[in-house]
Design a protein around this ligand. Structure first.
Ligand code: GDP
Ligand code: IMO
Ligand code: MG
Length: 432
């Protein structure tokens, strides 16, 4: 086995960045396959903290090759800033980052449309609580077949023609927010710098990945967001505009689905969500506030406070099923230390009926009330915990209970931000 998809099982921010940084050591290449600069993947090591938005967390491991695949929507200006920031902090990017020519681009007008939609008070409009990075409008253009890909951007004449077409198409709406002339000038001026910048990285990543897999290179596919934000399987319409699930790796990277050998789900020991939308186990009390403060639950991209709540087994069971997850990495167990009683949602009650599967109906979801099982909490996790036996008995029981409910093996327990603060429970290699 040589490839692993690493996916979020909840509403994002499960700690994917940390786990990719941990497992990336063993890999040859790391690929971001969907989403865009809406993601914020935090990696902490040697007293330093990095937040990555578009570039895979693997870039922080010397010599690893990183890819941004065709399924990602790239804001070239954000990417430029991200590369500059990494280089300023002595991370070499040149020669290690490859970007798909087929990835679609985000332009300033996509961000204007995203914000306009969020702030609209028109009848029937609905606030999603997006990151306002232009993600939805850029994917909408891709599906509408008016999008501009990296390869189009690199061909000056083609790009200018497509830009005109887009500005004309969106003019009626855009001019309420910005003068079209000003917008055109901004985009064309930026392109003078961003075109030669992107050119250095652009290539056929599908071909490269297929060659690497052929040679048995170890590849990690790093998802952004989480299964409950998936455009198909998430809490629609309060979702992102791509498919973070493992099933998307094939089409988002241009490899056969039979090339994905194993799927590792990342799951927080409790639940968080940023933005609007249903969240049955949300805690609006002092326990929720405590999780937010102790877990530092503030958006890595927008700084927004994350909504916090108890572990929801229905959410994780759905994720395990939809992604085909066989192994899990449980993160942030340390954050629960000091809470006397830990609740785990094992079902929902809806109008007298017990639901044991996460419902697809928005009405049911709005009205569903969690059914909890309460487990004893643990006072603290020793700072130097390195193996299973170092965990307090009550913490072990909590982990075992989550494993039983989830239906996948918990192979890692994460107890802090750095990769050293992780217990590996499954001694067999993930690559086998
Ligand atoms: P991602 O988007 O899935 O990569 O997750 P984020 O980086 O947005 O959010 C996870 C946050 O939790 C980051 O601040 C991480 O540094 C932090 N983190 C990850 N694992 C652990 C853990 O086991 N314990 C604690 N206390 N923090 C963690
Ligand atoms: P990572 O990769 C958490 C959420 C937004 C909003 C919804 C739609 O760090 O886990 P969008 O800007 O994508 O159109 O917003 O999705 N969202 C995330 N929540 N973590 C993320 O990424 C997210 N990316 C988007 O808050 O509710
Ligand atoms: Mg995040």
């Amino acid at each position: 086995m040589s490839t692993i998809a690493i996916v979020g099982t909840q509403w994002g921010d499960e700690g994917k960045g940390k786990i990719v940084h941990l497992l990336g050591k063993e890999a040859d290449g790391i690929v971001r396959y969907q989403g865009g600069p809406n993601a914020g993947h935090t990696v902490v090591f040697d007293g330093k903290m990095f937040v990555l938005h578009l570039i895979p967390a693997g870039i922080l491991i010397p010599k690893k090759i990183c890819y941004i695949a065709n399924g990602v929507v790239i804001d070239p200006f954000s990417l430029y800033e991200e590369v500059q920031l990494l280089q300023k902090r002595d991370i070499t990017v040149a020669g290690r980052l490859f970007i798909s020519e087929l990835a679609h681009l985000i332009f300033p007008y996509h961000k204007i449309l995203d914000v306009a939609r969020e702030e609209s008070t028109a009848q029937g409009s609905r606030k999603i609580g997006t990151t306002r990075k232009g993600i939805g409008p850029a994917y909408a253009d891709k599906v509408e077949r008016t999008g501009i890909r990296v390869i189009d951007y690199l061909e000056k004449e083609t790009f200018e023609e497509l830009l005109e077409q887009n500005l004309r198409l969106k003019e009626k709406f855009l001019q309420k927010f910005s003068a079209i002339e000003k917008l055109r000038k901004e985009i064309l001026d930026q392109a003078k710098i961003l075109r030669p910048f992107l050119k250095k990285f652009a290539c056929d990543t599908s071909w490269m990945l297929n060659c690497a897999i052929e040679k048995n290179k170890k590849i990690i596919f790093e998802s952004a967001q989480g299964t409950m934000l998936d455009i198909d399987f998430g809490t629609y319409p309060y979702v992102t505009s791509s498919n973070p699930i493992a099933g998307a790796v094939g089409s988002d990277c241009g490899i056969g689905p039979n090339k994905i050998d194993s799927i590792l789900g990342i799951v927080k020991a409790y639940t968080t969500r940023v933005g609007e939308g249903p969240f049955p186990t949300e805690l609006k009390d002092e326990v929720g506030e405590r999780l937010r403060q102790v877990g530092k639950e503030f958006g890595a991209t927008t700084g927004r406070p994350r909504r916090c709540g108890w572990f929801d087994a229905l959410v994780v069971q759905r994720s395990v099923r939809i992604n085909g997850i066989t192994k899990l990495a449980l993160t942030k167990l340390d954050v629960l230390a000091g809470i006397d009683a830990l609740k785990v949602c094992v079902a929902y009650k809806h109008r007298g009926k017990t639901l044991t599967q996460f419902p697809n109906s928005r009405t049911i979801l709005r009205e569903a009330v969690p059914v909890y099982k309460t487990l004893p909490g643990f006072k603290e996790i020793p700072k130097d915990a390195k193996k299973w036996e170092d965990l307090p008995g009550t913490a072990q029981r909590y982990v075992q209970y989550l494993e039983k409910l989830s239906g996948a093996k918990i192979s890692f327990v994460s107890l802090g931000r750095s990769r050293d603060e992780t217990i590996r429970l499954d001694k067999s290699s993930l690559w086998e």
